[in-house]
Structure formats: C-alpha cells, structure tokens
Write a protein that binds this ligand. Structure first.
Ligand code: ADP
Ligand code: MG
Length: 509
C-alpha cells in the first residue's frame, strides 16, 4: 500500500503532513513548512509553483495566479495564459502535484493517497472540482474533510466529553468561523459563517496605506501604479512588519529607493492594533452571528481553537479572549488543518493499526437559506418565505402552505430563492414553477415543499390541497405543515405534486 498524507489546500498557502508512529509531522516542501498557493507559467512553458511563482506575481502578473481557490468549481472562470486556457482546477492540480512530488522525495516513498481539506461552506461543485484536481495530480483522494473539522481533530480533543467548539480561522484572504459539536468520535459542524473578503492581506493593506501616506507627505506625489514592482516591495515590507509585530512591540520598516524617496519608519504595536481594530471588529461581529445562528450563548462554548497564520497577531488573540474565552493556540496555527487531515488519512488508509484515532464521523449543515416568494397578506408585498434556514443539518426538508391571490385564479407561479434576505432579488433566484389550479369562486390552497439532500440537490414540489383537507386545518392550528401527513398524502396519491429539481451548486448566485 502506498503512503497517505493530509493536505491543506489553502487559498494563500498549502501545507502537508503525515501521521506515523503515533505522531503527526509536517512535510516540508522545498525546505519550508508552507507552500504559497501560487502558480506561474514561464515563457518557455515551464510551470512554477510556490515561492518561485510568488516572486513572479508582480514581475509577470499576466502569467501568474494567486488565490485561485476562490474560483474553484466555477465553470466560467478561465485564465488565459500564453494562448492556453488554464482553469482553477488546473492550478489546484499543479499545487497538488508539487506537494505529491516533494512529499514523496522527502519521505523516500511514493505518496499515492491523500485527504484534502476544504472550507465547510464549499458547495458540491467546489468539492467535486477539488477532488478532480487531486485525481488529476495522481492522488487517490481518500476523503475531503472540512477545514474546521480537521483543525478540531488535530487539536487532539478529549473526545470522551461532549464539547462545543468554536474554530476561528483567519488566513490570508478569508475568515471562517465554525461551531462544531464533538461527541465521542463524531464531529458535527452545526454552524458556519465568515467573510470571504477578510484576511491577513487586509491587515497588510492597512500598513501599506500608512506607508504610502508618509511617502505622499515626503514627495507630494500620490501616483502609484497598481501592480508595479515598487508597490510590491512596499507590500512585502508591510507583511514582514506585521509578522514581526506578532513577537515584538516595535518594528523598523525600511524600504530604500522607492517612488523617488526612501521609507524609514517605526511602527509600534499600539499604533498597529489601533489601525487594524476595524478589521478585528468584523471578526467579532461574525463570531456573534455564528453563535446566534447556532442558538448558543458564549458560555456554552467549551473551547475556542485558533487556526490560520493571521491568528498569530496578538490583537486577534486578545479579541477572542475578551469576546469568548482564552483560546487554544498551537505553535503552528498554519499547519493544524493539514495535521488533522493527516490523522484522517492514516485512519482511512490503515484503520487496523493501533494508536490511531478511532473512526471519525463528520456531519454538515447547509450554509444557505432557501425560500419561495409569496405575497405577504399583511402588507401585500412579494417576499421570500424561508422554508430551509441556513445551518440546518443536512439532509433537510421544509414546507409551507399558501393560497391563490384571488378567486377564479387559474394557476400559480412560485419562485425558488437562495438568499438570507426577504427580498426576492432576481440574482438570488434558482428557478420557477408554474402550476394550474382548480378554478373556484374562493381562494385555493397550495402546499410547497423543499427537500435538500447532502449534495445540495434541492427538490421543490408544490400541490393543490382541498379546503377541507386535514393538512390545512392542522396548519391553521399549529402554523406548521405536518410533514409526515404530507408525505403520506403524496405516497397514497391523494395529491400529486408538481416538481422541479435544482442542483443548487450549479447555479451562480
Ligand atoms: P490560508 O489558509 O488562507 O491559505 P494561512 O493560514 O497560511 O492562509 O495564513 C496566511 C496569512 O497569515 C498571511 O496573511 C500571513 O501574512 C499571515 N501570517 C503568517 N505568519 C504571521 C505572523 N507571525 N503574524 C501575523 N500574520 C501572519
Ligand atoms: Mg487555511
């Protein structure tokens, strides 16, 4: 049997690890523990991955790609590189090939299998694309595991006790916060939230602005070309300064010969913390929102786990401590996700070996809400009525009963939406269903049913129900559709719903 490893295919950086002899060990790639998730194609067709590609990002932006994980699974995203079309799946494949080859060299044995991690909110299509990239890289993908779950596994939780864990993951470009229930060996993600446009890059940008401001004062000019190598040097200096401030209270920023001057500036931790406070605040608000959607209070969180390179910032650690409680911080916050994946990989490839953690069950929730549009009788406005709320455990169902808008109405029309809002925005619309109903001198009632499976396939059915139907009278009493009764009515042919099936992953919203 070949060797199985765990891979964290990150937006900014990727890492790999292996579990052997009862221990997890990071696998260095080109001697470094983290590999920038950057790919660059040279004129001669050579494909560079990692640090060498990252340094070409600003020299040769046309042929260099970073953060392409944001687009994986999106069929319309194509990079045009030297007359060739490159997709985000290709990029993921190059990164995974690099990891596979480097890991095989390092371990002295052929790496054949891998567990790859993905964000908890990834759609089926994004998962499929990630898996495909792994297979094209010549890896047998044992499983895709959600990043917060992998982190929870890696932190070696005491699985005897029931625990509610918050995973706070601040990476380079994204922020994810998840709540998991851990019980025996089962890891259930119960709520996920985050901000796909908030990460370490934004903290760097705050320092960049600070530096540009000082250059402007010095030279009176504010002509900076986006993508220029001078700007890139400032960005690198800013990131270095930020990292240094995680360990020291004062940093000297020196960038010689830049925009007709040179930068020499001191930045102290207090000024830095104050500047980035609005960014920290956004993560605090997300923590509050995820608690709310999980229906939990801060006190019910047993542990907070910090993940992602940006959680090294002291301002982050302090904010989490103040907001929830003192977090668990590993030395290697940017490697814990790969460590959890490595434990899973070992378990899946050699389950009989002892000293391995016992079976791990992973359960997930829907990251989105789904609803139908109906006229609100109160104010006569067309609104989205949510039948499935986000963070509901998958698979799930939801139903409601509505009616025609006037007597003698011959048909109904229902729009299906994926949205958190009540506004039936066109861009949130997934589909529409039209159905004839009996023409009656009164309002005709219609039941709508959503069924969402583990893979994001949504079935929307709607059927007319009689005015003396027991389902209707029960609904009037309880304001809830009796799902068992509805299923029975369908099974017995009492009502025949009209259906549409929507692959919610295939629709861009
Ligand atoms: P991702 O999961 O998005 O691929 P990582 O978890 O690797 O990203 O985090 C990358 C981010 O972490 C970068 O913005 C980097 O600047 C930041 N980072 C790394 N080390 C430190 C540090 N010592 N202090 C502050 N930020 C850091
Ligand atoms: Mg990450």
């Amino acid at each position: 049997m070949g060797t199985a490893i765990g891979i964290d295919l990150g937006t900014s950086n990727s890492t790999a690890a292996i579990y052997r002899n009862g221990k997890v060990q990071s696998i260095p790639i080109e001697g470094k523990s983290i590999l920038p998730s950057v790919v660059s194609c040279k004129d001669d067709g050579q494909i560079l991955v990692g640090n060498s590609a990252k340094s070409r990002l600003y020299m040769d932006p046309q042929n260099s790609m970073a953060s392409s994980k944001r687009f994986i699974g999106n069929p319309s995203k194509v990079y045009h590189i030297q007359n060739k079309q490159v997709t985000p799946i290709d990029i993921a494949q190059y990164i995974l090939e690099k990891i596979k080859n480097e890991a095989s060299k390092y371990l002295g044995e052929e790496v054949t299998d891998a567990v790859i991690t993905i964000p908890a909110y990834f759609t089926e299509e994004q998962r499929e694309a990630t898996k495909q990239a792994g297979e094209r890289a010549g890896l047998k993908v044992l499983r895709l595991v959600a990043e917060p779950t992998a982190a929870a596994i890696a932190y070696g939780l005491d699985r005897e006790r029931n625990q509610t864990i918050m995973v706070y993951d601040l990476g380079g470009g994204t922020f994810d916060v998840s709540i998991l229930k851990v019980e025996n060996n089962s890891f259930k993600v119960i709520a996920v939230d985050g901000d796909t446009k908030l990460g370490g890059d934004d903290f760097d940008e705050m320092i960049v602005q600070h530096l540009l401001h000082s250059i402007q004062t010095e030279t009176g000019s504010n002509q900076y070309t986006e993508g220029s190598s001078s700007l890139q040097r400032i960005k690198e200096a800013a990131e270095e300064a930020k990292k240094e401030l995680s360990d020291s209270d004062l940093v000297d920023i020196v960038v010689p010969d830049i925009f007709g001057t040179h930068i020499e500036m001191e930045l102290d931790i207090a000024t830095f913390n104050q500047t980035v406070q609005p960014l920290i605040q956004r993560t605090i608000e997300k923590m509050e929102e995820v608690l709310q959607s999980a229906g939990l209070s801060k006190r019910e969180i047993s542990r907070v786990i910090l993940v992602g390179g940006s959680t090294r910032m002291r301002a982050v650690q302090e904010a989490v401590t103040k907001e929830i409680k003192k977090p668990y911080i590993a030395d290697n916050v940017d490697e814990v996700v790969a460590h959890g994946a490595a434990i899973m990989a070992a378990h899946l490839s050699a389950p009989s070996r002892d000293s391995l953690p016992i079976p791990i069950v992973v359960e997930e929730v829907t990251a989105h809400s789904f609803g139908v549009d109906m006229i609100d009788v109160q104010d006569q406005q067309l609104k989205v009525f949510h039948l499935i709320k986000r963070n509901t455990k998958l698979p799930c169902v939801g139903a409601t009963i509505g009616s025609t808008l006037r007597p003698y109405q011959p048909s109904i029309r229902a729009g299906v939406f994926r949205t958190e809002s009540q506004v039936p925005a066109e861009e949130a619309k997934l589909g529409e269903l039209k159905m004839p109903v009996s023409i009656r001198p009164y309002y005709v009632n219609v039941v709508s049913l959503f069924e969402l499976d583990e893979n994001g396939i949504l079935t929307f059915s709607t059927a007319e129900i009689g005015r003396r139907s027991l389902l209707l009278s029960r609904y009037r009493e309880t304001k809830e559709v009796d799902l068992d009764m509805l299923k029975l009515m369908i099974a017995q042919g009492e009502i025949t719903p009209k259906k549409i099936v929507i692959d919610t992953n295939k629709v861009e919203v």
